[in-house]
Write a protein that binds this ligand. Structure first.
Ligand code: NOJ
Ligand code: CA
Length: 711
């Protein structure tokens, strides 16, 4: 090498060091109460904020930079100095009004760093970390300041720099829907754009190679990580853009073509928490309370107007094509498929509703959902302009609203309201007050909402700031009227049920309905063993389990549920929700005119829990969960497997010492199989105590459910 060339190379290297962003030694750090997780925060040589995360001394998130691009102003990026750094420890317990457990411990160490730009009119920003034993959250605060009052955020650039090519369970970063199957691949093999154009989704928009959260990973060292967000308020949902070769994710907020940016905020403003749950076992992720803990305490007071319950409904029959939502006979789930036009098979008739009331009353089921009771369903789906179509006060003429309400009341059944908005939130907001008053006048305390289709106005997306604010407005207005909300096609759950415990459940995943009509064969057997460690980390799921007639060939040859009957029973324990549907038709819950013996489990199983324990599991393969019912002290255990059969031994050491329980075990028959013999099950009864061990064989796509009734 000539001297000149060497000099040039040295100069270039020096230049690179001078001008590229280099981390300095981290300025400060914060550690979890038990010392296992540490977040370190620092400023680079250009004054840019970065952080890294360690678990038991090993780096799990390497140096990751943070910045914001805003409209008509320089980015909040470099030139920062730290002006203050405050630490605090909180250790408190709070009670869930309903939930997976009664008491929650909220114990964390907080570090708040104040930053100021080195300019003539310096702008300010704070970064707050809360580090728990089960993970951490951090968020940005834009405090009140003279030079800035509002910001149009064009991009939030929070990096998550991974330390390996982890096994990853991911969904495409769709701005409109979470109803995709989770995929399992190496991080470097994530290809969200391969999921564009799913024919089963009416509204879907995947602009780039990004994932939605929760996204869960297993490292080479066997550590489990899940990335999500908590307290998503007045901001856009966060997807995570994937850099497959750089093994890095960067926050990518859902945008709005109307806003021309990502989120519009007035100062002071705090972003949602960017969260990382860390577990040494996969079940640690499920037992973690990080997301609810990072939300504000209950802001709406007593919610005893809502009691956790099981419910039946005029619902599955529309999805499998036995009946239609509309009375006109012009649209059902298949018309999208033209052809059944003008053949009225309206499901929500007075007579049919009474039949479901009778079934609920006879089988200890508290709730009844009636979909298709109100006018508007003849135009709900194909119409481009769906504004003003649904009426939330006017029943169809063949549905005598008052008669059904009176009949249900007499039989002790609570009717759940249904409001399908067809993704026209402005129409809904116009009618909301009147619709909620109408509900209360009729003794209704909860409503299932729905947002099928592309959001109106065009340019807004289900997961953008405008809709985040709509979903929150619904929760607030409903709370004021003492109404609980179960939202379908929702914004993802981010633990806000702590602040608004009238947010009882939501969909936000591929629910049972896909088994009824999806052209891709429905949900494969590994769907729910994956969901338990991914989507379920966000919060309660209205999955609507309980299909007993697995193949429903009377209505459809080409679709089926891809699990055994025992797997369906297990879901009442595995997939947590304070509202659990028994989704199948009343006639499918009888055998030769007698109640189906396996329905006893659905009658018995709890819906509100004192405590929950994950006994075993591996992501996407299997999971076994035990939950103790509040008040009764009865325990219920559910286990599900993917397409592989397996033996599971359940040690009942979670039971109190010395107490006897009557166990009923609902399990796959020896020759059961999700496809070949899905309805074959057995029931075994025995007396057990804390020293008992029960071994069950789970069929391919199978499961088991146990009730342990205290004697
Ligand atoms: C989609 C919901 O997920 C489903 O449960 C409901 O039946 C239909 N929309 C109609 O509202
Ligand atoms: Ca849906």
């Amino acid at each position: 090498m000539t001297t000149n060339r060497l000099a040039a190379l040295l100069l270039a290297t020096a230049g690179a060091i001078l001008f590229s962003c280099q981390p300095e030694t981290p300025n400060t750090e914060v550690t979890s109460p038990n010392g296992s997780i540490t977040a370190k925060v620092g400023l680079s040589n250009t004054g840019q904020l970065y952080y890294l995360v360690q678990h038991k001394g090993a780096t799990v998130i390497d140096t990751s930079y943070m910045s914001f691009d805003v409209k008509d102003q320089p980015s909040f990026k470099s030139g920062f100095s730290i002006t203050a750094s405050i630490s605090e420890t909180i250790n408190e317990d709070w009670e869930m009004p309903w939930g997976e457990q009664r008491m929650v411990n909220n114990h964390y160490n907080e570090l708040k760093i104040s930053l100021e730009e080195n300019t003539v009119t310096p702008r300010k920003m704070n970064l707050v970390f809360r580090v728990y034993d089960d993970g951490l959250g951090f968020r940005y605060e834009f405090p009140e300041q003279e030079s800035v009052t509002e910001l149009l955020i064009m991009d939030e650039n929070t990096e998550f720099n991974l330390t390996g090519d982890h096994d990853t369970w991911w969904l495409p970063g769709d701005w409109d829907i979470y109803e995709h199957l989770y995929n399992e691949s190496k991080f470097s093999e994530i290809d969200a754009l391969s999921k564009v154009g799913n024919p089963n989704l009416i509204a879907t928009y995947i602009p780039e190679n990004a994932v939605n959260t929760p996204v869960t990973m297993k490292t080479q060292d066997g550590l489990y990580l899940s990335f999500h967000e908590a307290d998503l308020t007045n901001y856009s949902g966060m997807t995570l853009k994937v850099d497959p070769s750089g093994l890095k994710m960067t926050s990518e907020l859902v945008g709005s073509e109307i806003l021309g940016g990502k989120a519009e905020v007035s100062l002071p403003f705090s972003t949602p928490w960017r969260t990382l749950q860390i577990g040494e076992k996969p079940g640690d992720l499920i037992e973690s309370n990080l997301l609810v803990n990072l939300n504000d305490p209950n802001a709406i007071g007593d919610v005893s107007y809502f009691t956790p319950m099981k419910y039946v409904g005029i619902w599955w029959e529309m999805h499998i094509g036995k009946s239609t939502w509309d009375m006109e006979g012009s649209q059902d789930m298949n018309t999208y498929i033209e052809g059944s036009k003008n053949s009225s098979r309206h499901g929500a008739t007075t007579e049919n509703a009474k039949k479901y009331v009778d079934f609920a009353a006879a089988n200890g089921i508290k709730g009844l959902l009636v979909e298709g009771w109100n006018t508007g369903w003849d135009q709900w789906i194909n119409t481009e302009d769906r504004e003003g179509i649904f009426d939330f006060m006017t029943p169809y003429p063949d549905y005598d609203f008052e008669e059904v309400m009176a009949y249900a009341k007499e039989k002790g059944v609570e009717v759940i309201m249904h409001h399908e908005t067809s993704a026209a939130p402005r129409t809904y907001e116009k009618q909301m007050e009147e619709a909620y008053n109408f509900m209360k006048e009729n003794g209704m305390n909860s409503v299932k909402t729905g947002y099928v289709g592309k959001i109106i106005p065009k340019g807004e997306y289900h997961h953008g700031q405008w809709m985040v604010n709509h979903y929150e407005k619904v929760l607030r207005e409903a709370a004021a009227k003492k109404i609980a909300i179960n939202a379908h096609e929702p914004i993802k759950a981010t633990g806000k049920r702590r602040t608004y415990p009238n947010a009882i459940a939501r969909e936000g995943l591929r629910g049972q309905e896909f088994n009824a009509w999806a052209s891709d064969g429905g949900n494969p057997p590994n769907h729910l063993p994956t969901i338990a460690f991914t989507r379920m980390l966000g919060g309660p799921i209205d999955f609507t389990p309980g299909a007993f007639n697995i193949k429903f060939n009377e209505y459809k040859e080409e679709n089926q549920v891809n699990t055994t009957l025992a797997h369906q029973l297990a879901l009442y324990v595995v997939i947590y929700s304070p509202v659990q549907m028994a989704c199948d038709l009343p006639e499918h819950y009888t055998v030769d005119g007698q109640p189906h013996p396996a329905f006893q489990f659905i009658t018995d199983v709890g819906v509100d829990w004192e405590q929950s324990k994950v006994l075993d599991g591996e992501i996407g393969d299997f999971v076994t969960i035990a939950r103790e019912e509040k008040e009764s002290g009865n325990w219920f255990v559910g286990g599900i497997t993917n397409e592989d059969s397996r033996m599971q031994t359940v040690e009942l050491s979670f039971l109190p010492q010395g107490k006897k329980y009557q166990a009923m075990i609902y399990k796959d028959a020896a020759d059961a199989h999700w496809n070949d013999n899905p309805e074959a099950y057995e029931i075994e009864t025995m007396e057990v105590d804390a020293s008992s061990k029960i071994t069950v064989n789970l069929a391919p796509g199978g499961g088991f459910a146990m009730s342990l009734i205290s004697e």
